[in-house]
Design a protein around this ligand. Structure first.
Ligand code: EPZ
Length: 421
């Protein structure tokens, strides 16, 4: 297990290129199951979760070649419709093959993903929606089994906007007989990106990106090419790193329009931000000011930026309240930030962060992808050395993070766990 060693206190300056969005690449790769033509996907981030999805498609029988940031997938020869526990337990997003397998092959057996560090993460809305499309769903021995000769269109209302639930149901509905209406759908940009790819391949989808999505089913989708949208959470993470080190950083190849809530909060915290077509430049002329943050489904402030914001507010003037409304326990970073000197009180689903003058470096433990990102952000500004352990969590969603931060002037290196520093 590697760890990342950061010597804090360096101002980050320069440009950083944002990679493709992990949470868009994952459903897009899964959607290749829906047709037999070749799909060429570019701007694919080279992160562990995407490699895991490629492995899963391979287990199902697809031909997957993935070099640099380009993936070529052929799924005509899929003969297996089972996603095994050993793989699903490493990546919950494996559940995204459920809808496509069921829609294309009439059956699917996918291990229940189980919980994770940020909550119980049920998939009941995925299953209820597929049942509404005529699937027979059963759960035994930890596996979901879904069967349907051919799915038929229906009206689905999701009790809560679910990102992968909306993606699974939109993919399943693409091959159902008749029309499906998905109400209270999630509106994240990654859903719109998936819909764009499906439409290129012959799907008939309207309203993706709004809370009502209509899908007219077709028999099969053909292949297609697609460039994955930039990763808005990676962009937000580098902007938080720039803000906490009072640097001057331009993130390039990004979509400012996907970051509105984050940019607004950064401005409230004292950042000066210039937005261009596909770049955002952040400078921090004065000190950080405390501000309140409440995570919400898109277009609200993203829950995947909550830990990074908590780290930022730890050094801001005044008191900030960070409220997590999407997941029930997404505060694994708090104990570790406290070890670095942060003054954070947990009150239910709220953090009360009292800004302090400085953070001090310490050995800290990563627990999940975005909590780890929050610890990296804190370590960049802390006095002394911070050793972030179990960085495999980070590698799931950040491409070459130490290289990109190093190029901005951070003193950061990856080393085997326990190396003397
Ligand atoms: C997606 O997870 C993202 N993952 C998460 O990013 C992100 O944090 C989350 O959306 C929220 O934006 C991918 O896209 C691969 P949800 P997802 O279903 O789809 C409840 C990262 O760091 N719910 O939108 O699993 C659920 O418990 C990851 O990149 C049900 O109750 O999240 C949660 O409270 C972490 N039943 C809320 O909905 C269901 O069937 C939103 O979850 C499904 C969800």
């Amino acid at each position: 297990m590697d760890e990342i060693l950061i010597k804090g206190g360096k101002r980050l300056c320069g440009e950083v290129r944002i990679s493709g969005a992990k949470n868009s690449a994952l459903p897009i790769l899964a959607s290749t199951i829906l047709g037999s033509g070749e799909c060429v996907i570019t701007n694919v981030p080279r992160v562990v979760d995407v490699l895991t999805m490629g492995k899963l498609l391979g287990i199902l029988g697809a031909k997957v070649s993935h070099e640099a940031n380009r993936a070529v997938i052929q799924t005509g020869m899929i003969e297996c419709t089972e996603a095994p526990y050993d793989l699903v337990k490493t990546m919950r997003a494996s559940v995204l093959v459920l809808g496509p397998l069921l829609a294309r092959w009439g059956e699917a057996k996918v291990s229940l993903p189980g919980g994770c560090a940020i909550g119980s993460r049920p998939v009941n809305l995925h299953l209820a929606g597929l049942a509404k499309l005529g699937a027979d769903i059963s759960i035994d021995h930890g596996y979901i089994t879904a069967k349907a000769t051919r799915l038929r269109g229906g009206r689905i209302y999701c009790d809560t906007p679910t990102v992968t639930g909306t993606e699974n149901l939109m993919m399943a509905a693409s091959l159902a007989e008749g029309t499906t209406v998905l109400e209270n759908a999630a509106k994240e940009p990654e859903i719109l990106d998936l819909a764009d790819f499906l439409i290129k391949r012959g799907a008939r989808i309207h309203g993706a990106g709004t809370d009502v999505i209509t899908v007219e089913g077709v028999r099969e989708l053909h292949g297609g090419d697609h460039e994955v949208i930039p990763d808005r959470i990676e962009a937000g993470t580098y902007l938080a790193a720039a803000a906490i080190t009072r640097g001057d950083v331009t993130v390039t190849h990004c979509r400012p329009g996907h970051l509105e809530a984050v940019l607004m909060k950064m401005r409230e915290a004292g950042a000066e931000i210039q937005e261009e077509k596909d770049t955002v430049r952040l400078t921090m002329p004065n000190g950080l000011r405390g501000t309140d943050v409440r995570t919400l489904p898109f277009p609200g402030f993203p829950t995947d930026m909550q830990a990074q914001m908590a780290a930022l507010m730890s050094l801001a003037e005044g008191t900030s309240v960070v409220t997590e409304t999407v997941f029930e326990s997404r505060f694994m970073h708090v104990e570790e930030l406290r070890r670095m000197g942060a003054h954070i009180r947990v009150e239910g689903n709220r953090l009360v962060v009292t800004g302090c003058k400085k953070l001090t470096g310490a050995p800290v433990m990563a627990s999940d992808l975005r909590a780890s990102a929050g610890l990296i952000v804190a370590g960049l500004a802390a006095e002394g050395a911070t050793q972030v352990q179990r960085v495999y969590h980070l590698d799931r969603g950040y491409e070459r993070i130490e290289e990109k931060l190093g190029a901005l002037g951070a003193s950061i290196q990856r080393q085997p766990a326990g190396a003397v520093h």
